[in-house]
Design a protein around this ligand. Sequence first.
Ligand SMILES: Cc1cc2nc3c(=O)[nH]c(=O)nc-3n(C[C@H](O)[C@H](O)[C@H](O)COP(=O)(O)OP(=O)(O)OC[C@H]3O[C@@H](n4cnc5c(N)ncnc54)[C@H](O)[C@@H]3O)c2cc1C
Length: 396
Amino acid sequence: MNQYPYILSDANVTEPFQVGIIGLGAMGSSALYHLAQAGQNVIGFDRYLPPHQLGSSHGRTRVIREAYFEDPAYVPLLQRAYTLWAELETAAKTAGIAGPEPLLQLTGGLMIGPRDSELVKGCLASARQFHLDYELLDPGDLQAQVPMFKLSADFAAVSEPRTGYLHPEACIKTHLELAQRAGALIQAPCEVFGWQAIEKGFLIKTATGTVRVDKLVIAAGAWLERLVPELRLPLNVTRQALFWFEPKDAELFQLGKFPVFLLQIDQGRHLYGFPDEGEGFKVAVHAPGEAFDPDQLRGSEVRPEEREEIIELLRQYLPAAQGTLLKTAVCLYTNTPDQHFLIDQHPQHSDLLLLSPCSGHGFKFSSVVGEIAKNWALNQAQGQDLSLFSIKRLLG
Ligand SMILES: Cc1cc2nc3c(=O)[nH]c(=O)nc-3n(C[C@H](O)[C@H](O)[C@H](O)COP(=O)(O)OP(=O)(O)OC[C@H]3O[C@@H](n4cnc5c(N)ncnc54)[C@H](O)[C@@H]3O)c2cc1C
């Protein structure tokens, strides 16, 4: 079977396109899908063959959770994101392209930390403000429900039934394949070297030529800064290590028994993990890692100090998980100083939308971010408050 059924190498390009998208990872593939579904003449470019292992969207799983500790303002967006993931799943089944695994797997989730931690307090604030389904677990409840965790007596947890995970590679592939079926043109691998504003629209410059578009969306993830150097955005691209262990007691960590969890280690740092889908128990630290050049990701290996850190954290909090290390991966976060997203127009070009820097927590939103791009291109009301993601806060 062709892994990339949507790639066109010699597309019949009819210019001008109504919208061009640079970057077809999580955000760009969703934007391409929503725009094509809305009948827009849209073209997308990616320097690699998406879904790929060289950006921010690989590693098989991404947490989705609703009681958002980062800020309650994310909750309405999340609720729309859940609806759109379900609709995408249905559309994939109808088109006969659904894979063997669901795009979104609900598992229930535990957000664990000291009772007064940013994580527990933040989840409670979101859950209460939006009347979400949740339970506050005390240490006794935790001991009974998840005895594999080693937690001190001041720990509590918010238990949330709508937590689960997405399969990022499958989500991107589905968005791209359905976008192409709806008429989108995909150019990949095809690196965009630059763009230029013209009287009406933009020229997109690639190794194979120049394409004219009326509106432009840049969703280049860790490479965003390079495509808009004039803005001097304060973005910090960091390397993030991922680990898969064979747990000592594999039964305890199986899908259906073990929840997705986040555990606050200290201010701004969380250990998180997923049930074992058959490839091992996946675990990592959620906090910006070391600053990193995204072009160096190919061939990059997890470092001994990153491995030692995770082994020490498992020893401390989840010793039953600490069996043989099966595999590792390195991925990229693109961090803003306040860890909130960037979703806004270019300050000098109202027909250019910047989508991305998602500070390590954006994948779950990519379904709704694509819809936001479609609303923007069609001058439709957003129906969502996007002020948290404005570019103004990042400029000077
Ligand atoms: C280890 C790790 C764990 C994470 N965990 C979670 C989680 O549990 N839950 C969650 O919600 N989020 C999580 N995230 C964050 C989430 O995965 C990212 O926010 C999201 O994937 C970013 O999507 P993106 O579209 O901005 O970037 P990408 O998916 O990387 O896409 C950018 C694309 O642009 C292309 N591109 C760049 N420059 C050019 C160019 N010049 N020409 C053409 N194409 C170009 C790239 O090839 C790439 O395909 C995690 C991220 C990492 C790294």
